[in-house]
Design a protein around this ligand. Structure first.
Ligand code: ZN
Ligand code: ZN
Length: 356
């Protein structure tokens, strides 16, 4: 974590910032290991502070080793003021995407003579290329997802509701050691499988339906994110064709992934193939996204992305085809990008599984 803080200091110098205020809880975990629900981080040239409230007095002793901890009674900005951490005219960066308006107003009021600078994606960009330890954590989160998948597969049957299956996923994830669900599991069957983000509902899973199952595990704060689609009963010709097209699009994109490829170009590999197969209008979302402490992070892998995919980044590859009359298919894998290719971290079979 000391490495992460020095990376941030270097970036602050480039941005001409003497101090940086961190309000994203995900970033507090990334920089300091703090997993509480209320806190503020401050980095200056000499100091690194974590400010939180009394509920976390004990917890910080276990979690936080690379910061001076300040426990407050009420106002998170109080210690900064009291210890005069910010001096007149200082340029102080804050996270425009994470500091809410109330806290921004407080900050402004508490330090009328510092220059506040709104920043975006400062820490997000630092986290794109992963340190070895962070790669290891995602590897473990992917391994957990594989084990969850193997555990729930025999449970899937027609007649159960999507919520029932979603509960099995969450239950077994925790039993196997996931800290929490990386996100609310998506279980979408039949007509609902054509909704790319169909969170599980009370709908019953029936014969003749495709079921899109998208879930993720969390290890030491780092997420995995995997989707498989299964068929209940024998597939129709069109359902089989859709499935094979998505599987091939996924394969082609993984084969094309390597360091420095533009996100838009990688997206195009899968999109062009699906277009050739007549599914251009049926693939309405991005090919993938960066994966880290947040499920959706940088780099972006979409037709309009301006990002390049750096070495040692972890991204998802998730082409899909959604036809309201027939259903949907998505196959999502997490890959680690190397200079000369990519390594699949979600080692789960991609052949169509038919559940009778
Ligand atoms: Zn997903
Ligand atoms: Zn995803």
């Amino acid at each position: 974590m000391a490495d992460r803080i020095s990376l941030l200091r270097r970036r602050m110098q480039e941005l001409n910032l003497s101090a940086f205020v961190i309000s994203s809880l995900t970033h507090l975990r990334y920089l300091f290991g703090f997993s509480g629900s209320n806190g503020l981080g401050v980095i200056t040239e000499e100091h690194q502070w974590l400010i939180t409230d009394r509920r976390y007095r004990e917890q910080v002793k276990h979690e936080v080793h690379h910061a001076e901890v300040h426990i407050i009674q009420q106002d998170l900005f109080e210690p900064i003021k009291k210890r005069k951490l910010f001096s007149k005219g200082m340029r102080v960066g804050f996270e425009a995407l994470h500091l809410n308006f109330r806290d921004f107003s407080r900050l402004q009021k508490a330090f009328p003579d510092v220059r506040l600078a709104a920043t975006e994606y400062v820490i997000e960009k630092l986290t794109i290329s992963r340190l070895p330890e962070e790669i290891e954590h995602t590897r473990r989160a992917c391994e957990l997802a594989r084990r969850v998948w193997e555990t729930i597969l025999p449970v899937i049957r027609p007649g159960m509701t999507e919520l029932d299956l979603s509960a099995e996923i969450s239950y077994h994830s925790k039993k196997l050691g996931s800290e929490r669900d990386a996100f609310e599991p998506i279980v979408a069957s039949g007509w609902r499988s054509a909704l790319p983000h169909g969170i599980a509902s009370r709908k019953t899973i029936e014969y003749g339906e495709l079921v899109v199952i998208d879930f993720g595990c969390v290890y030491e704060g780092f997420c995995s994110d995997v989707t498989r689609t299964v068929m209940i009963g024998q597939p129709s010709e069109e359902q089989r064709r859709m499935y094979e097209a998505v599987k091939e699009a996924n394969r082609r994109a993984i084969a094309a992934a390597k360091a420095n490829i533009p996100g838009a170009e990688l997206d195009r590999v899968a999109r062009d193939y699906l277009k050739e197969q007549g599914y251009d209008k049926a693939f309405g979302h991005s090919l993938g996204h960066g994966l880290g402490l947040d499920v959706h992070s940088l780099p972006r892998i979409s037709p309009v992305s301006k990002d390049r995919i750096p070495a040692d980044s972890i991204i998802t590859i998730e082409p899909g085809v959604y036809l309201p009359e027939i259903g949907g298919v998505r196959i999502e894998d997490d890959i680690l990008v190397h200079n000369d290719g990519a390594e699949v971290l979600t080692d789960i079979d991609r052949e169509l599984i038919i559940i009778e």
